[in-house]
Design a protein around this ligand. Structure first.
Ligand code: FAD
Length: 406
């Protein structure tokens, strides 16, 4: 093998040019990596941010959401429209249609793919909402204000329903579980959030399974038929890791690359970050698969630090954070809670602003804030610090959370 100089070495190759991939490239430069950085992205578009897709971009209030990053100025080689189809670790190469791409260090940042509704694929008028192309297809649909059926009352479903109501559509949201945000929040916390749908003029049907989708209508298992000029499916997403089949990269049952505490995969020199990967959280004593923006911002900083140092110098153990904008409310969540944690309300959930806190052994582990950003910011700091808190103070909305220490 010929001797490699700094210039001829392949450097860091990042697969996936979404938030996590772009942030990894930027963080590498910020942290002093001088070797080549190549970003391979399947989509043809300039890399862009996803949260605006279900908000301003969908409603035509913003044209697009491209990241404001000077790739050329940073010396980052951007190869768009380049889908990576395989990884051959023995050769230190990934495969693309245009041929193999060698790497010295590889970062997997391929994000997630939305789940589809069985039988709905190819039916005219059925949409997903994950990409800029999805949003571009949905914009004229919304502008025509058809009767819209949303399948799934999760974060994306609620945000799409919000935009569709704003566009003047009649909206019905169908959810298989008995509550909204099942899997994310307990029923008692989700209950007041379900009332937001009706207040916004949307119809929410929980405990209802979709039996079929045909052009212009959605059939429910109980025999009901919903007219649907447009159907949006928002039933979750799965890590986009099928392309790693046969590569030797270990994955979990949820499809995520099971990274270690330093975001390294089971293969040497291969890291994984963002929606495609899970990591062990020492803070919460469990493996976390986080499908939120902040994780795709913070994780890359740890990956870059470890690559630049050439060693496992920075563990990744964040307090996860996300926000959602639905039905005129700003919803924020920080931390991670389990069913066994103690739940405390801060304020009545029928008012404009309220929060919920979760305590484990006297320490705050998670906070949900609706229209109370100060609770979120102060709660997040308490969670990070692991400070024991006084439950009575936590439950009193008149006491600032930062003053709730025991
Ligand atoms: P992605 O953004 O999915 O990027 C991965 C990229 O990799 C994609 O461009 C994909 O095309 C590419 N790729 C995949 N496979 C390959 C391959 N084999 N070869 C090459 N390229 C490949 N989070 C919040 O906290 N708050 C919000 O309000 C919020 N709103 C959202 C609204 C929408 C509509 C969506 C879809 C997500 C939202 N999120 C929100 C979640 C957040 O956007 C994601 O967590 C974040 O985008 C994850 O970044 P990522 O880079 O890991 O994955």
């Amino acid at each position: 093998m010929s001797e490699q100089t700094e210039q001829t070495k392949p450097g860091v190759v990042i697969v996936g040019a979404g938030m996590a991939g772009v942030q990894t490239a930027v963080a590498l430069r910020e942290q002093g990596w001088t070797g080549p950085v190549t970003l391979l992205g399947a989509e043809p578009h300039q890399p862009y941010d996803r949260p605006p897709l279900s908000k301003a971009v969908l409603l035509g209030k913003a044209e697009d959401s491209a990241f404001d990053v000077d790739f050329e100025g940073l010396g980052i080689t951007l190869r768009l429209g380049t889908e990576v189809t395989g990884l051959r670790a023995a050769d230190h190469e990934v495969d693309t249609e245009a041929g193999p791409v060698p790497y010295e260090v590889l970062v997997l940042a391929t994000g997630a793919t939305p789940l589809t509704l069985p039988g709905a694929g190819g039916v005219p008028g059925v949409h997903l909402l994950r990409t800029l192309d999805d949003a571009a297809r949905l914009r004229p649909v919304l502008a025509a204000a058809p009767a819209a059926v949303v399948v799934g009352a999760g974060w994306i479903g609620a945000e799409f329903a919000t935009a569709a109501r704003e566009a003047g559509c009649a909206v019905t949201v169908v959810e298989a579980a008995d509550q909204v945000l099942a899997g994310a929040l307990p029923a008692e916390v989700a209950a007041p959030m379900a009332r937001w749908y009706e207040a916004a003029g949307a119809t929410l049907i929980t405990g209802a399974r979709v039996a079929g989708v045909e052009e212009g209508r959605v059939l429910l298992a109980d025999g009901r038929e919903l007219p649907a000029g447009a159907v949006v499916v928002g039933i979750g997403a799965r890590p986009a890791t099928d392309w790693l089949d046969g590569s030797g990269v270990e994955r979990g049952p949820d499809g995520s690359v099971t990274a270690d505490a330093h975001l390294r995969t089971s293969l040497p020199g291969v890291y994984a970050v963002g929606d495609c990967s899970s990591f062990p959280s020492a803070r919460y004593g469990t493996r976390l698969l986080v499908h939120h923006w902040d994780n795709a911002l913070q994780g890359p900083r740890a990956v870059a630090a470890n690559i630049v140092a050439g060693d496992a110098v920075q563990a990744y153990d964040p307090v996860p954070y996300f926000w959602s904008e639905q039905f005129g409310r700003f919803v924020q969540y920080a931390g991670h809670h389990g069913g066994a944690d103690t739940l405390l309300w801060r304020g009545a959930p029928d008012g404009d602003g309220w929060s919920v806190c979760w305590l484990r052994e006297g320490v705050l582990v998670a906070v949900l804030a609706v229209g109370r950003p100060r609770d979120l910011a102060q709660g997040r700091r308490l969670i990070e610090a692991g400070t024991p808190v006084d439950p009575a103070k936590v439950a009193d909305p008149a006491v600032p959370l930062k003053s709730a220490a025991a």
